[in-house]
Design a protein around this ligand. Structure first.
Ligand code: HSE
Length: 405
């Protein structure tokens, strides 16, 4: 099978490298040789082992020998238009482009089905971790109920540096960028948008109906301070950025926010650029996925797994079970009960106490006028009422939406 690659950046370069180095095992597993026929990129790569670069998309579209194209350009433009035209031309497309899948996945999957080809996106969530395919194959017999995931390597790396080394946010971000983990614009990582897109993809696949990432409440880690990290540590916990989604009777919940996880929580020990995803199903219980969530070769490995899968299926459409969304399907996350953390300045007021609340204080003169609370389980509406009521006399310094055992 001849393939095309669109975008020869970190991931595209990794795909080229893996095809060259693992040619034998790829052939053994897919049943035929996979060769790169054309690579689309506007830049020049005079030192590459590949000599098939083009700057013109039509060269890939009109090459009748190319059956599968790896779209690893990122962004929605021009990737959306290119992907549509390729699928309509009867070519399968595999991608790491979570932005495109989260935005246009429903339409692109429909187009793939209509043209009896594939649109596969294992690399869009969790980098090298197999998580997308298990949802529509190995776990397909289960009624899934919840997914909790550390889905962004950059923010996990930053938080780990803050927790373990007391590093500043800026120092840690620089390290992530130097290692090629961060998005071009780190806002997408830091403010949770990347996690949000991945959460939307997981929710759409796990529960069968499209969830729009723009509608998922999303909070990143830019408001997390070393003080919050210290209060969490006193509570025997760590702070992680989580994407979560849960099925309810009349729809699904989904949200992205920093979470305070007790050290015994299965996701608490997942550090650095690693991602971890916990999938819960009725009867199945909990299943954990763990591995490198970013970087050239882990992500390329997932892209290639999709290429091999589509070659093995002789290009025939593989059903993922993801259908159109519906108004009202995504439920108001503020009605989902959970525990909340909030940190306050006392300004000389008596410390707070309340039934079911954990009150955390830190040693040291700089913390003498501060405290933090972890509420009992309640809805966000109820917690907001407390902040406006009995807690209103304290100065709110920070609030974290989710505390989990
Ligand atoms: N910027 C992303 C991350 C890359 O840090 O996880 C992988 O999707």
């Amino acid at each position: 099978m001849k393939i095309g690659i669109m975008g020869f950046g970190v991931v595209g370069g990794g795909v080229g490298e893996l095809i060259a180095t693992n040619a034998e095992s790829i052939k053994r597993r897919s049943g035929e040789e996979i060769t790169v026929a054309k690579i689309l990129d506007l830049r020049d790569f005079p030192d590459s082992i590949y000599k098939c670069f083009t700057k013109d998309f039509e060269d890939i579209l009109n090459d009748p020998e190319i059956g599968v194209v790896a779209e690893v350009m990122g962004g929605t433009n021009p990737a959306y238009d290119f992907t549509k035209r390729l699928l309509q031309a009867g070519k399968s497309v595999v991608t790491s482009n979570k932005e495109l899948v989260a935005k246009h996945g429903t339409e692109l999957l429909r187009l793939a089905e209509e043209n009896n080809v594939n649109y596969l996106f294992e690399a869009s969530v969790g980098g090298g971790i197999p998580i997308i395919r298990p949802l529509y194959t190995s776990l397909a017999a289960n009624e899934l109920t919840d997914i909790y995931g550390i889905l962004n390597g950059t923010t996990n790396y930053i938080l780990t540096q803050m927790i373990k080394n007391g590093a500043s946010f800026e120092e840690a971000l620089k390290g992530a960028q130097e290692n090629g983990y961060a998005e071009k614009d780190p806002t997408a990582d830091v403010e949770g948008f990347d996690t949000c897109r991945k959460t939307a993809i997981l929710a759409s696949l796990a529960f069968g109906k499209y969830v729009n990432s723009d509608e998922i409440p999303c909070e990143g880690i830019s408001g997390i301070t070393l003080e919050d990290v210290a209060y969490a540590a006193k509570f025997d916990s760590v702070i992680k950025l989580l994407g979560m989604t849960s099925r309810a009777e009349n729809g699904v919940y989904a949200m992205v926010c920093p979470a305070i996880l007790k050290s015994s929580h299965p996701l608490a020990g997942i550090d650095d650029v690693f991602n971890g995803i916990m999938v819960r199903g009725e009867g199945l219980g909990d299943v954990m996925f763990y591995g490198r969530g970013a970087g050239a070769l882990p992500t390329a490995s997932a892209v290639l797994s999709d290429i091999i899968d589509t070659v093995k299926h002789k290009q025939k459409h593989i059903r993922l079970g993801w259908s159109e969304g519906e108004d009202g399907y995504l439920l108001d996350s503020k009605t989902l009960p959970g525990r909340f953390y909030a940190r306050f300045k006392r300004n000389g007021e008596e410390p707070f106490s309340g039934d079911g609340f954990d009150v955390i204080t830190l040693d040291g003169a700089e913390y003498a006028d501060e405290f933090a609370v972890v509420s009992p389980s309640m809805t966000e509406y109820d917690f907001e009422a407390l902040l406006d009521g009995p807690l209103a006399k304290y100065e709110l310094l920070n609030k974290i939406r989710l505390v989990a055992e």
